[in-house]
Design a protein around this ligand. Sequence first.
Ligand SMILES: Cc1ncc(COP(=O)(O)O)c(C=O)c1O
Length: 380
Amino acid sequence: MSQYLRKNIAALAAYVPGEQPRDGGYVKLNTNENPYPPSPRVLTAVRKATNLSLRLYPEPTADTLRTLAASTYGVEVENILAGNGSDELLSMLIRCLVGPGDPVVYPVPTYSLYDTLIAIQDGEKVEIPFGADFSLPAEIFSHRAPLTFVCNPNSPSGTLVSLQEIERLARAVSGILVVDEAYIDFADVEGCSAIPLIQSFSNIVVLRSFSKSFSLAGMRIGLAFAAREIIAGMIKVKDSYNVTRLSLVAAAAALQDIPWMKRNVRRIQRSRHRLTRGLKKLGFQIYPAQANFVMARMPARTLRGLYEELKRRKILVRYFATPGLEDSLRISVGTDEEIKILLREIEEIEGRPVAGGREEEARSKEGQAAMDEHIDTDTP
Ligand SMILES: Cc1ncc(COP(=O)(O)O)c(C=O)c1O
């Protein structure tokens, strides 16, 4: 490692994004992309914008997109900022709010990019384990920290915390509460977004992504919603022209075709139920999923072997070699055809419909019953 790097960067374990294979032919269920295309309006708008104007810089603060987003989400322009993916907005926030040694609190397991961004700032991560049912842990309400994260729905569990709990947490924390809503459009529950709370809470920041429900992972667009003073701070730390011309055009066109996004979301919700049912039949325990992925567990087993065998068969799912997650796979909801292939291949690999003997089967059913009892929002 170069002697010139800051000590914390030299020691940093880099964030490892999900694989993006160069060759085709994969059933790709590892990075929660949308299996359906973006709105045709997006493609038309991007084609139209692919012209000589590309020699010019984009709008520095993306005001056209912000204006449209303000009317879509019922807030003021000054309450919104666009980012190069919500990842960039996370990075801006941490640079605004966290200095060396500052604690940042969040329930785990969750999106591991938080760890990396905190380490870059030389901040102090304070990880508090979720309850067994993925409810917010009591300890998170009493911590004093400049920044608390809640990923809602959470990755990799797919579980959702109620808006009442988010509100209770916003009241309890001493600093900023960031609610990462990259997957919220896939929740069955209406009105679970924390965006309206920014009107009454000066310490809530809500992050949205166009990568998932709007099928635009390749364009890299996210939005932050917060009190205007926080947005003004974020603008100070951002790159001058942080979102490309084509991305801005794509995002604006996507917002003008919300019915298209909602139709794709409904298809994914239906497929999520099929995937959940199929995996349960194969002996997996499934957390009640409110995102475009499910977390499938086989308690007391490591699923690395299954992940690797699926990969050999050109099916990519996400395996986290993290303590406590070795018995789980995170599986994105693909098309029904992709789900069929996945379930067929797992059944073939496992050699039997249920993963163990009678005892294991009974244990698995018991565990699933306990999960269902906690939060059964998995309605057909
Ligand atoms: C929880 C969570 N937040 C944020 C992001 C980043 O999204 P974007 O593509 O908008 O940067 C992801 C991407 O997978 C995610 O899982």
